[in-house]
Every structure is written in C-alpha cells, then in structure tokens.
Design a binder for this molecule. Structure first.
Ligand code: SF4
Length: 392
C-alpha cells in the first residue's frame, strides 16, 4: 500500500510512559501504512516537528509526549535515517531553549542521538507560494528546507481560536515569530491553509496518548485517550480526529477549507480507517461553556453578526478565560460586537468593544477596536488596557 492513499491508522497505546512502550504502538500505526521504510531512504535527514507550545509536561495534554517522539526517532534510525532533528518554535512569549530544558528534551535527544533546533534561532529564507491566497511568500527555516522528510507529531487538542489544533495547524510552529502574529492579522484559517501548500509533512503521527479538552491549547483538562494515529494525508488525519473528538467539519473552518482547496481529503467516505474502528474510539471532547446568566447579571451584551468559527471560538474562549480567572466584572456594562456584518443598535452602551478586522470600519463605529482575524484571545486584554475602555 502506498503513502498516496487517504488512509489513517488508529492504534491503541495504553502504555506510553516509556519510549519502548510507545514504540510498539507507533510501529503498528506506521506499519498499517506500509512501514517507515516507505517514506525514509537510507541517508535521509529527518525533521521531527512536535508541539512544544510551552514548558508543560505531556501529562497535561498540552505538549507532545516525548516518548512518542523518540519512539519515532528510533523507527527512523532503524530504516537508515542519517540525521534526525527535533525542531520547534514555541508559542509567542515563550523561550524555546527553556522549553526544551524544562521538558528534558535535550537529555533524551543526547540519549537517542538526535539533534535539537530552536527554530527562533534558525536561518530563514523567503519561499514563494503560488497557490497561497493570502500568503504569496513567507520565510521558512533552514532546518525545514534542508530536511528530506518531515514527520509532524501534533497532540490532539481543543484550541481557543480555531476550535481544535491538530496536524495542519501544528506546522505553524515552524514559521518566524513575527509571521505568527501576522497570521491573525491576515486571517488565521486561510493562512494556516496557505502554509499547508508549502509545508505539508510527509507523515503525520498524532499523539493521542494524552489529549486535551476544554480550554485548549494549554490550560484545558487532560484526556487519557491512549491512542496513536498515523497518516500521510494530514488533512484526512485531522478529519478523523474531528470525528473522535465529536466536532463537525463545519465547526472548524481551516480544516474544511483545506479540503476544499485540495490539501487533503475531508470526505470521510473516502478515508480508509485502518486498525481500530472509528466508532470504537470516539470520545466527545469538552467544549468551552458557561452560563449566559453570568453575562446578564453584569450587563454584558455579546453581538455576534455572521461570524466565522474563528471569531466565535476566540471570543467565547476570551470570555470563558475571564470567567475562570474571576475577572468577568471587568466587562460589566460592555457590548462586545464581532462578525462579518457587524452592527449594534443606537442604544448600545458607550462601552463598545469591536473585535476582529471585520469591525474596523463598521458603520457608526465607536468604542475600542481590537484587530486580528480572528483576534487572539490572549491579546484582547492588551488592547483593552492599551486603549482604555473608560476613555470611550
Ligand atoms: S468574522 Fe471577520 S474577523 Fe472574525 S474570523 Fe471571520 S473574517 Fe476574521
């Protein structure tokens, strides 16, 4: 069986706290697709791209399980990979060297003869992207450009701005930090798809040993799912993960758009699931939710006007995070407006917060404007603090 099929393998992995244990499941998942020798040629330089968004242990579900990563490295070595590099750029504001140190990655890399690259310190080269709608050229790191094979190793997680973060979204970790900020400005869903035209991995191995639900991608609750999945079609992988997590394709714009724009298969009837039956591993993930009475009591009005799922996810996540931190009162009396056709009634309070680029030039615009497409939930407070709600 070749790697061109839209096939996704699902393997149970109930023991995942050692490299040897994880290797049994990873090997089985990759063997369903034809084995690691199907994609690696002896002498290859292999890049392993995990998700190390912050220095938080894999048992929280926020970061890739290192045992899965080094199990993959071992399989690559068995089939003749010459150089294996783990490369990641962390979330904005994180120190990648610190993340590697705190997660013990350098010590494990020394033991398993792997190189470790901090992408923030890598050399970047501009690459043109003729198929991109928003990104026509972008800087990519030398480590990525010079590798022969890329193996993407995301964690199955919910996400505050995009509903979920899976295989396709994980590749955003290789771009320059300043471009990460621009992605929100240019439209996160489409830019993630555009990047997929340039940075599609040869193989995606989903770490579903410990997943994350609720307030992803960092502060949610761990889900001891005990699964490893593999596919050469990252979009098909993401589609299968949506089914496992209980999300509809229509809820996640960027995965739907990736299918529509030819990056991979989102048609479940055309995806061959190998190994465990999909029905048998479904486990609906918790979403963000809170009682709307909490808003009513504080006079907070949320006006959603034909918004994309990106804005819906981001704004809900922002409100939820304030609720969890006990800071909802700071929005007392405010009207939050967002969406593609934004408008508010004349009587709306003066404390208006316009969220997302669609509200920039809305008719009768007043209040504080927060840019982004969608606005990043973590940055909304910065804009509110910087511009001062009370001045409006
Ligand atoms: S509603 Fe507007 S700002 Fe929000 S995600 Fe859609 S296009 Fe972007």
């Amino acid at each position: 069986m070749g790697f061109k099929d839209a096939s996704v393998s699902i393997v149970k992995c109930s023991q995942y706290h050692s490299v040897d244990d994880a290797k049994i499941a990873v090997r089985k998942a990759v063997d369903f697709l034809g084995g690691m020798e199907s994609i690696i040629t002896p002498g290859d330089h292999v890049l392993l791209k995990p998700n190390f968004v912050c220095p938080v242990d894999y048992k929280t579900g926020a970061t890739t399980n290192p045992h899965v990563i080094f199990a993959i490295a071992e399989l690559c070595r068995e089939v003749g990979a010459k150089r294996i590099t783990i490369a990641e750029g962390p979330g904005i504001g994180q120190d990648m060297d610190d993340v590697y140190d705190q997660l013990g990655i350098r010590d494990m890399a020394a033991k398993y003869n792997c190189h470790v690259v901090n992408i923030l310190k890598d050399e970047f080269t501009y690459v043109v992207n003729p198929l991109g709608k928003h990104i026509k050229r972008i800087r990519l790191p030398k480590t990525f450009i010079e590798s022969n094979v890329v193996i993407n190793i995301p964690v199955m997680k919910t996400h505050d701005a995009l509903a979920v973060t899976l295989g396709l979204k994980n590749m955003k970790g290789i771009i320059h930090n300043s471009d990460k900020k621009r992605f929100h400005k240019w439209g996160l869903a489409q830019t993630v798809v555009d990047l997929g035209h340039l940075a599609m991995p040869e193989l995606t191995i989903m770490d579903g040993t410990v997943a994350l639900e609720g307030m992803g991608p960092v502060v949610g609750s761990p889900v001891n799912l005990g699964l490893v999945l593999a596919s050469t079609d990252t979009v098909a992988m993401d589609r299968v993960c949506l089914e496992i997590m209980g999300f509809g394709l229509e809820e996640v714009d960027y995965i739907r758009m990736a299918g529509e724009q030819g990056l991979g298969c989102t048609d479940l009837s055309r995806i061959r699931v190998l190994g465990e039956a999909l029905e048998s591993v479904k486990r609906p993930f918790q979403r963000l939710s809170f009682d709307s009475k909490l808003l009513e009591e504080r006079g907070i009005t949320v006006v959603e006007c034909d918004a994309c799922s990106g804005c819906n996810n981001a704004i809900n996540s922002y409100i939820y995070s304030l609720h969890v931190k006990g800071e909802l009162d700071k929005l007392s009396g405010c009207t939050l407006v967002y969406g593609q056709t934004p408008s508010i009634s004349e009587e709306a309070s003066d404390k208006v917060i316009r969220l997302g680029v669609c509200t920039r030039n809305m008719q009768g615009a007043k209040g504080v404007y927060v840019p982004g497409c969608p606005p990043h939930p973590m940055h909304i407070d910065d804009y509110l603090a910087g511009e001062g709600l009370k001045k409006e």
